[in-house]
Design a protein around this ligand. Structure first.
Ligand code: 5GP
Ligand code: ZN
Length: 146
């Protein structure tokens, strides 16, 4: 619990500083809750990050009121990217934990424009699930939720 409170007030967090305007960024949208910036290491032209102004380490810590506004904002950004950049579509990506590819531990959502004939991204090789394995896995998750 102490660690969680410490995380909420992280004064060394670079995304806290960017989101609150202490460090300059290429900002494409801002309101009282969020700043949307262009990624410094873009996967494609227009790759943007939705940053909440308050610090949450990841999705598990995220306040529900903040969470409820993220998908509508992602849609707004995607529509603007299609109109302004001519992308054919876009991915909404959000990493939680080092193993999942999270490198900055301030919750953020990637909006990645996708262009015709662009490279493959955000893909995986599907395995074939066995019915018994699905059942066991489902039971484990349902138990954790109950
Ligand atoms: P993650 O891997 O944590 O999901 O994504 C972090 C993203 O933040 C990466 O795509 C990286 O390029 C971007 N990034 C890291 N530091 C900065 C920064 O100082 N400014 C901006 N605009 N993007 C950053
Ligand atoms: Zn932060």
């Amino acid at each position: 619990m102490e660690k969680e409170i410490e995380d909420m007030k992280d004064e060394t967090c670079i995304f806290c500083k960017i989101a609150n305007g202490e460090i300059p960024s290429e900002t494409v949208y801002e309101d009282e809750m969020f700043r949307v910036i262009l990624d410094l290491g873009p996967a494609s032209r227009g790759h943007a990050l939705i940053l909440p102004k308050d610090h949450y380490k990841d999705l598990c810590q995220l306040d529900e009121k903040v969470a409820a506004r993220i998908m509508p904002l992602a849609a707004k950004m995607g529509r603007a990217m299609k109109e302004s950049l001519g992308c054919a579509g876009f991915n909404v990506v959000q990493n939680n934990g080092e193993e999942a590819g999270q490198t900055v531990f301030h919750f953020h959502t990637h909006i990645i424009p996708r262009y015709e004939n662009g490279p493959a991204m955000v893909s995986w090789t599907p395995k074939t699930a066995q019915p018994e394995e699905l059942k066991e896995t489902g039971e484990a998750i349902r138990k954790a939720l109950s």
